[in-house]
Design a protein around this ligand. Structure first.
Ligand code: HEM
Length: 323
């Protein structure tokens, strides 16, 4: 009897819901009657997901390479999902800020610790062969990786370190974008010619990246921090979470990623060219890029030593440990 009463009340509420929007409850109940039960595989589109690994060669390890890139892109999407909520948040609530950063950091922790799937998980001989079928594609062309940077910090902090002091928040977005660090990394210093990898990326993504940069002008995660009242800015958990994000995104992930470049592309007699055509040994090290999302949080000395673990490791591999 109680159940019947409950169902009656639910139907009457549904009736109101559909009436309010000019719909007919009875038709919707028919729809419910005929609808199939939801399954796990339909809900997460499993068949589609598992059909997206399409190697271009017969080397079995190429599938690992594809899948790990896809996994990383999904984590990048999770990171952006949290970043967008932070950027949109108007409440200024400190707990919300810290919780979002904590989630982002937990995603980075997974990415950093799982990079062994690349570093140790493929045969070098296979990699060096199947990569030739992938030219001129490169992870360099990951648009989500660039978006994460644009949501985190104003564009002037992403200008190449050699020119960064010539620009400020007053500079035009288009001008800052033209001098962003990764464009310089993929441009031949002597001829000024951009790599094909860069040209294709620019053609595909420039309008979108510029649009996002304009949308978050004065509203990046760094701006969110800078605009907090001074007592909240000193909050230890917040500062710790921001620094951890900076170090995860701009040092630790980079160092793990470089570990794979070293495993596969380093040779006694001259290094192997990267598929994206950068001078990767000079382009990739965080100590050379010096990308820092939240510079106000560090001392001058910390900024000068940014990512220096890599340099120490290269000079003295036995003594230093790259985590
Ligand atoms: C065997 C594994 C890998 C090797 C040898 C490798 C190598 C390289 C190299 C040499 C570059 C410099 C650009 C170029 O000239 O191509 C680069 C850039 C990049 N790769 Fe990888 N990579 C590997 C795995 C990955 C994975 C799994 C991802 C995940 C998405 C990734 C994302 C990136 C990104 C985002 C950049 C640009 C970094 C920046 O601008 O600082 N790479 N990679």
């Amino acid at each position: 009897m109680e159940d019947k009463e409950k169902i009656k009340s639910q139907i009457s509420k549904l009736g109101e819901k559909y009436k309010d929007s000019g719909q007919d409850l009875s038709s919707y109940l028919d729809g419910l009657l005929h609808q199939r039960y939801l399954t796990y595989w339909d809900y997460i589109h499993l068949d589609t997901l598992l059909s997206l690994q399409v190697p271009r060669t017969h080397f079995p390890d190429e599938e690992i390479f594809i899948m790990y890139h896809q996994i990383t892109e999904l984590y990048f999407k999770l990171i952006l999902h949290e970043q967008k909520q932070l950027v949109d948040d108007k409440s200024g609530n400190l707990d919300f800020f810290i919780e979002k950063l904590r989630r982002i950091n937990s995603y980075y922790t997974v990415l950093i610790s799982s990079f062994s799937v690349m570093i140790k998980g493929m045969e070098r001989e296979q990699f060096l062969q199947y990569r030739m079928a992938l030219l001129p594609a490169s992870g360099f062309q990951s648009a989500q990786f660039r978006m994460i940077e644009i949501y985190a910090t104003p564009l002037e902090n992403l200008v190449h370190v050699s020119e960064r002091d010539q620009y400020s928040s007053e500079s035009k977005i288009e001008e800052l974008y033209e001098h962003i660090y990764w464009k310089k990394g993929a441009t031949d210093v002597t001829t000024g010619e951009k790599t094909l990898t860069l040209k294709q990326f620019e053609y595909r993504y420039t309008p979108r990246l510029i649009r996002i940069a304009k949308q978050v002008k004065n509203a990046t995660i760094y701006h969110k921090y800078l605009s907090l009242p001074s007592d909240l800015k000193k909050n230890e958990s917040l500062v710790e979470a921001l620094k951890t994000l900076d170090i995860n995104a701009n040092i630790n992930w980079q160092l793990m990623h470089m570990g794979s470049a070293h495993r596969y592309l380093r040779r006694e007699s001259g290094d192997i060219e990267a598929t994206g055509g950068t001078n990767w040994k000079e382009y990739l090290p965080p100590s050379f890029q010096k990308i820092v999302f939240f510079p106000e949080l560090y001392s001058d000395q910390e900024l000068n030593n940014w990512g220096k673990q890599w340099v120490d490791h290269m000079l003295n591999p036995d003594k230093s440990k790259m985590k």
